[in-house]
Design a protein around this ligand. Sequence first.
Ligand code: SF4
Length: 281
Amino acid sequence: MPVRLFRCTPTKLTTFEDCPRRYRFTYLDRPTPQRGGAFAHTSVGAAVHTALARWWDQPLERRTPERAAQLVTEAWGAWPTPASGGFRDAEQSQAQRLRAEAGVAAYAARLDPRAEPVGVERTVGTPTAALAFSGRVDRIDRRPRPEGDGDEPVVVDYKLGRRVPDDDDARSSLALGLYALATGRTLRTRCRRVELHHVPSGTVAAAEHTSTSLERVVRRAESIASDAVRAEAALAAGADPDEAFPTAPSALCAWCDFRPSCPTGQRTAPAAEPWAALDPA
Ligand code: SF4
């Protein structure tokens, strides 16, 4: 019998790795259990990602820092209230918008507007022995090979958190490794370099994958998938859902969407204020 491949994205894999109960809530339980409200840092991240994607849709002469700031404003939408974005109030939303505009404009000022990316928010995918992997890459650049024999794609992922990522983060990222593998296979070329672009600081953390390191990434992803498949099979065979998908309480429970549906998470950490992860504006 052919092996049924486990369809996954990086988020699906890391959700199971972080907490199997959260995975069940997200992907299996229907109707979906009650979730908490929006987090402001997620809203800021969505607006910045949208602005940076649309910037590349602009005609060349409009790919300017000023236009980048305007695109943040346009993407900000109707978020002056805590109910629609996780902000404390309209004043905090406005201060964060101004901060995001300045950060995105400064980031855009360092870009070459003529360096047309191979893809922006492009979906890439590949099968492995056990996975049908797909994911959406923030940006795929084309850069000259260090060897000087042509060019090759580079995976770029935008980051906005308080912590500035370093090269170890880029090297150890399961998502970036899978993106590199899938980008290479989708574009039928070699893809080795992955980069985390921390938009607020302009810092770039980078790593170069080898065929060996990509094999390690695939093994890690397939190991997580195999645990998820086993848990799903146990559930289908009638196992107690809470035993098949145990909780993994951690500091992340303060930020988990499913806290309202998870007594373990509620006992583990106090709920974070929806705006607590914002940088001071
Ligand atoms: S609150 Fe914590 S234990 Fe509960 S589902 Fe979320 S991450 Fe898992």
